[in-house]
Design a protein around this ligand. Sequence first.
Ligand code: NAD
Length: 483
Amino acid sequence: MTSLSKNVPTQNLIAGVWGPAKTGKTFAVLNPATDDELCQVPDADAGDGLAAVAAAHAAGPSWAATAPRARGEVLRKTYELMIERREEIATLITQEMGKALPDSRAEVNYAAEFFRWFSEEAVRIGGEVRRAPAGDKWIMTNRVPVGVCYFITPWNFPAAMATRKIGPAIAAGCTVVVKPAAETPLTTLYIAKLMEEAGLPAGVVNVITTHSASAVSEAILKDERVAKISFTGSTFVGKKLLHQAADRVLRTSMELGGNDPFIVCEDADVAAAVDGAMLAKMRNGGQACTAANRFYVHEKIYDEFAAAMTARMAALVVGDGLDDKTQCGPVVSHKQKNEIAGMVDGALAQGAKRVAGDPSAMPAKGAFYPPTVLVDVPKDSDIARNEIFGPVAPLIKVSSDEEALRLANASEFGLIGYIYTKDLAKGLRLSARLETGMVGLNRGLVSDPAAPFGGMKESGLGREGGFEGIDEFLETQYVAVEW
Ligand code: NAD
């Protein structure tokens, strides 16, 4: 077993001080490849949460008054430190989350890029001055930071889901409290330490780790000093938080679940579609909100696509993510593994056939689930309606583009959809009719810090990244001026 690097902080960060929870309670962080304990971290309670809010609140005015260039430079410096320490951070991500090292390295690059992008956006916060139509005054608008933000992040991208929120908030002049997922708290602590090293003043970013997400969050959201919540996680939890946020009319950004369709048209380049499908399905071992969840493949190319996909999935090397040969690591926990297994069993009971993936061939220790392909999946099966969040590809046969589109849109989710066709004009027409916040047109990977990430329908509210990302952390103030 590889032990944790001594550079990994295992205490909470509040007001620039690394320390335990006030109660002294801790909980274990596990390595899902081995089930071994990596370390203990503080189990913060509501009191610790409110101390973090107090720290963010105290640091707020001076951070908001800090020159945008200086704010950007802290982000830029942290970007450089993350790239410099990529191997150490990637190893840490794999240790606490399980994904294979190449996926973790890619995540570090992606996560760091949010800091680089928002270091550049910090100095481009706009405002305007214009004459009122009646000519009686000037309309002046200024963009001001929203204030203290509370961030709740998931375990699947422990670096990127944190930097995608921290980057724009810090650039905008906000101060923050971050609560990472209990499965993967260490990567966020590590990034906070790098920000400190890059010159971030005490209290601007505070990190609390807890096993009592609900109680701690409830106390934080009730606190008058908090102005905004940004959450990435399941739609189920997102809805609860929206109810709580309503009581204080908090600003909210919600990056929630998906049930992402992948459409392969009759005229698609099948080899390219399989390459894209492997990326869209297997990045992060299928544990991505952007993971293709249901494949709608035209009947004329279904068998060819299914055969190629089955061969590719069956050939993937499953193992400890730290092993150089590994292409697919364990899933994050036994709970997650059991949920995936239950969904696959349900699909088999509803008539699907498994053509790749044998759970009994997995190692006894660790939360391993095999890359799995299901064919002849009924269109109305449960697996086609629910987010799998694992390495399972259900292939559904369709007889037209219209049928694929209708099925794709028949969901309460609307995060991302994928389309493969050689006819780009048709692809653009279909994209426009997909009810999703993002579309991968002849591409299996769309995430880019310079692009707006987010969903329609129950997949969320607001956008992260791109030019839109910083808007989530700014209020517009209008001053009517006569001069
Ligand atoms: P989750 O909703 O269970 O947990 C997410 C976070 O919320 C964790 O930090 C958890 O501790 C916290 N949490 C749980 N219950 C809470 C409560 N009652 N009050 C406050 N906080 C609470 O989700 P998960 O299993 O960690 O992550 C998977 C989900 O996240 C999937 O649905 C996935 O699609 C979604 N996700 C979405 C995006 C996106 O950008 N749209 C990105 C990544 C993951």
